[in-house]
Design a protein around this ligand. Structure first.
Ligand code: NDP
Ligand code: 8X3
Length: 257
């Protein structure tokens, strides 16, 4: 199979865990160079060592919170002085809590909005201008089934992912007449650290999310993202839903007795 992304440089937000971490590992095997960002610098260092033990590619790491507008701009503009970013993976994101609309914690609401929407915008705003001159470039935004079908108590997280889907459409519209493709990937339940964060390490609640059916793995999503990326220049897969076979939407989940 042709490797269209060989030697490209991929910028991944939220690379220390789950989908982002697995994608970094799998892309390294496709011989892409990597720029990895997240807040936990120890995990970034560990991942860089792990990748470079096996493959001879460039891996740059930056401790960066996507919510930090000033530093996002500063760090990305420093990177762009000596590198080209061909592919941007807007993956960093989180859900905090699962609470009725009149009981939610407003600080958690702000954290989700600031990370999932504003963070994605800050990073995209800093990188897209440089992509305009490339012969091919690609932005992947990680949405969610939650952005398509809102479910009880999901309110602000669902709204934030709905915004990600809408921004994907807008980016595609605004980037007409460029070689920049934009894809929204919308997974259902993926077993990562996502629920640990959402439920603040409450083991019972985390277990309940994935109990009695086979959820998706980070590898399932990473492989799907790579097949979306590894397409000829004229092919733009704009939207992809990926669900566990046991889950058809947030309301239809077939758990074993
Ligand atoms: P994980 O919790 O395993 O990974 C989240 C990653 O995002 C971590 O690397 C974390 O790193 C990083 N991150 C979080 N906040 C920030 C921030 N402010 N700045 C930079 N990095 C940040 O979850 P997933 O891998 O499951 O989630 C990845 C994406 O997939 C998210 O956007 C999520 O909404 C989406 N998604 C997940 C689904 C699921 O069921 N798991 C389903 C559908 C979509 P660090 O803490 O080091 O900063
Ligand atoms: C994560 C999937 O269903 O927990 O976006 O919202 S869900």
């Amino acid at each position: 199979m042709t490797n269209y992304i060989k030697n490209k440089t991929v910028f991944i937000t939220g690379a220390t865990s789950g989908i982002g971490e697995q994608l970094a590992l799998d892309l390294s095997k496709m011989n892409t160079n990597l720029i990895l960002i997240a807040r936990n610098v120890d995990k970034l260092n560990f991942l860089k060592e792990r990748i470079q033990k096996d493959v001879n590619i460039n891996v740059d790491i930056y401790q960066l919170d996507v919510k930090d507008k000033i530093n996002v701009k500063k760090i990305i503009s420093n990177i762009l002085e000596h590198k080209t970013i061909d592919i941007l993976i807007n993956n960093a994101g989180l859900a905090l809590g699962l609470e009725h609309i009149d009981k939610g914690d407003t600080d958690e609401w702000e954290d989700m909005i600031d990370t999932n929407i504003k963070g994605l915008l800050y990073v995209s705003r800093a990188i897209i201008p440089q992509m305009r001159d490339l012969s091919t470039a690609h932005i992947i935004n990680i949405g969610s089934v939650a952005g398509k079908t809102a479910y009880p108590n999901g309110n602000v997280y669902c709204a934030s992912k709905s915004a990600v889907h809408s921004l994907g459409d807008s980016m595609n519209a605004d980037l007409l007449n460029t070689n920049i493709k934009v894809s929204t990937i919308a997974p259902g339940a993926v077993e990562t650290n996502f629920s640990n964060v959402r439920f603040n390490e409450d083991a019972e609640k985390i277990h309940a999310v994935y109990d009695g059916y086979k959820a998706l793995s980070a590898k399932d999503i990473s492989q799907s993202i790579i097949s979306v990326l590894n397409t000829p220049r004229h092919v733009n897969i704009q939207y992809l839903d990926i669900m566990p076979t046991a889950q058809r939407n947030p309301y239809l989940l077939a758990r074993n007795e």
